[in-house]
Design a protein around this ligand. Structure first.
Ligand code: HAM
Length: 415
C-alpha cells in the first residue's frame, strides 16, 4: 500500500532510499527552532489540526482557500485540516488575551496541510515553525521577529552567504496604489499582479496593469528605487544595531499572497535563488479584531518557516550533521549468570541519562561486539565478578580503544 501523494514517511537514519525523509534531520531542525525561540523569550502553544472550515475561508485569501483539505464530518460539520496556523493563533488569542501580559510572544511547530500541486519544495503536508508577537505596534517588534527568523537559520549553520530576507511593506504599496487609483475595489487585483510580477512574462503583467490603469514602467521603477518607508528604515536600523544588517534588503517585489497582511512583510530566500521561499511573514494588525467579531483589537505580526525547503537547502549546502543511534554504552552480557545484575547496571546507567543498548537474548560475544559497532556505540561495558566475588565493570572506549576497570558505583559516574 502506497502513501498518499505529497505526504512523507520519516525514517531513522541511515535512510533506505532517497524517496523517504529523515526523522533525525527533522528533529535536528525542530530543536534549532525551539531553542532559538526560547532564547528570544517565546512560549510554545498549539491548537487542533482540524478547525471549522470558516476559520480559513474568509481570512486567509483565495490561494490557500483553493488548497484546503476540507470535508464534512459525521456530525455534519464543515471542517478543514489547518493549512496555516495564523487564524488558529488569532482565535486563541482573541479568546483569552486577558490572561496574558502584552506583548504576547508565542511559537508553535504545527503540521499543516494544503491540497496543492506537488512540486519541488511544495508538498501536501509540511511542518511550519510559527513565531508571532501580539499587542505591539512599534517597528521594534518587526525587527525582533526578523532577528528571530535570521537567528533560527543561523542556528542551523546557514550564513549571510546562504540566505537573505527580502523586506517590503504593504503600506508602501497601498500608498503607491492610492496615489494612482481612486477605486479601492481594484486593489486586490493590483496586489495579485505585483505578487506574480517576478514569475510572469513581463508583457502579460504589462497588459494586466494597463487594464487596471497602471503603468508597468512606473511599477518596476518603484521597485527598483527600493526607497525604504520610515517604518522600514527603523527596522533596518534596529537590525543593523544587532549586526544583522547584512541579512536584509528592501525588495518591493515581495507583497505576500495571504489576504490579512497590513504592514511590513518579508520573505526569506536562499541567496543562489535555487529554491522557493524558506519563510514568509509580516504584520496583520486587523486579524484578531476580525476573528473576535470586533471585541478584541490587537496588532500582530509573525512568520512561518517550513521544513521542506529548509531541509533541501541544508542538504544542498552539506550542513546536515551525520546522525546515528547516539548510543553511549553497549552493555555486553557474555556470562548469562550475570544478566540480572547487568540489567541493574543498565537501569542505573539509563537513570544517569545514558543511552544504553544490549542484546535481549543470549548472543555470542563477537556478535554482541559487532552489534555495538553497528550502532556506533561510544563505549562497551561488561559486568564481571572478581575472584573475591565483588563486581567490576570493564569499560572500553570504542574510539580510543582505551579500556578501564572500574568499581560498580564508579562506572556509572565515569561513563
Ligand atoms: P506562507 O508563506 O503561506 O505563510 O508559508 C510560510 C512558509 O511555509 C513558506 O515560506 C514555505 O517555507 C512553507 N510552506 C508553505 N506551503 C508549503 C507547502 N505546501 N509545502 C511545503 N512548505 C510550505 C503562512 O503560512 C503564514 N501563516 C505565516 C505567518 C505566521 N504569518 C504571520 N504569522
Amino acid at each position: 500500500m502506497d502513501r498518499l501523494p505529497g505526504f512523507r514517511d520519516f525514517y531513522p537514519e541511515p535512510l533506505p532510499n532517497t524517496d523517504v525523509w529523515s526523522a533525525d534531520a527533522r528533529n535536528y531542525i525542530f530543536n534549532a527552532w525551539r531553542s532559538t525561540a526560547r532564547r528570544y523569550g517565546f512560549r510554545e502553544y498549539d491548537g487542533p489540526p482540524l478547525e471549522p472550515l470558516e476559520l480559513f475561508t474568509t481570512k486567509s485569501g483565495d490561494e490557500i482557500v483553493g488548497q484546503l483539505y476540507n470535508f464534512v464530518d459525521k456530525g455534519e460539520r464543515s471542517i478543514s485540516l489547518r493549512p496555516e496556523m495564523t487564524p488558529t493563533l488569532a482565535r486563541m488569542v482573541a479568546a483569552h488575551e486577558r490572561a496574558y501580559k502584552k506583548p504576547i510572544k508565542w511559537f508553535a511547530i504545527p503540521q499543516l496541510f494544503r491540497y496543492e500541486r506537488q512540486q519541488k519544495g511544495r508538498l501536501r503536508e509540511h511542518f511550519q515553525f510559527n513565531a508571532d508577537i501580539i499587542g505591539e505596534n512599534d517597528p521594534a517588534a518587526d525587527a525582533e521577529i526578523i532577528a528571530l527568523l535570521i537567528d533560527s537559520l543561523r542556528a542551523l549553520k546557514l550564513t549571510e552567504d546562504d540566505f537573505v530576507i527580502r523586506l517590503s511593506s504593504r503600506q508602501a504599496w497601498q500608498q503607491f496604489f492610492a496615489q494612482r487609483c481612486s477605486d479601492p475595489a481594484k486593489s486586490y487585483d493590483f496586489y495579485q499582479i505585483i505578487d506574480k510580477l517576478e514569475r510572469e512574462d513581463p508583457t502579460v503583467s504589462r497588459t494586466k496593469l494597463d487594464k487596471l490603469g497602471f503603468n508597468y514602467d512606473d511599477v518596476t521603477g518603484f521597485i527598483t528605487a527600493s526607497q525604504p518607508t520610515p517604518e522600514l528604515q527603523r527596522v533596518l536600523d534596529n537590525l543593523a544595531a544587532r549586526g544583522l544588517g547584512g541579512f536584509v534588503k528592501i525588495d518591493y517585489n515581495v507583497i505576500r499572497g495571504l489576504a490579512y497582511y497590513t504592514g511590513v512583510v518579508f520573505e526569506a530566500f536562499d541567496k543562489k535563488g535555487e529554491f522557493r521561499a524558506i519563510a514568509g511573514g509580516g504584520r496583520y494588525d486587523n486579524l484578531v479584531k476580525l476573528m473576535s467579531g470586533g471585541k478584541v483589537d490587537l496588532p500582530a505580526l509573525g512568520f512561518g518557516m517550513g521544513d521542506v525547503v529548509l531541509l533541501e537547502l541544508l542538504k544542498a549546502r552539506g550542513l546536515l550533521p551525520k546522525f546515528d543511534a547516539g548510543v553511549d554504552v553497549f552493555c555486553l552480557i557474555e556470562d548469562e549468570a550475570l544478566r540480572a545484575d547487568s540489567l541493574k547496571l543498565i537501569t542505573e546507567l539509563r537513570s544517569a541519562g545514558k543511552v544504553v543498548e544490549y542484546s535481549f537474548t543470549p548472543l555470542k560475544p563477537d556478535k554482541q561486539f559487532k552489534r555495538a559497532m553497528e550502532l556506533n556505540a561510544a563505549n562497551t561495558a561488561r559486568l564481571e565478578r572478581t575472584a573475591d566475588g565483588a563486581f567490576q565493570v570493564k569499560v572500553k572506549n570504542l574510539k580510543t580503544r582505551e579500556e578501564r576497570v572500574l568499581g560498580l558505583a564508579e562506572a556509572v559516574g565515569a561513563i
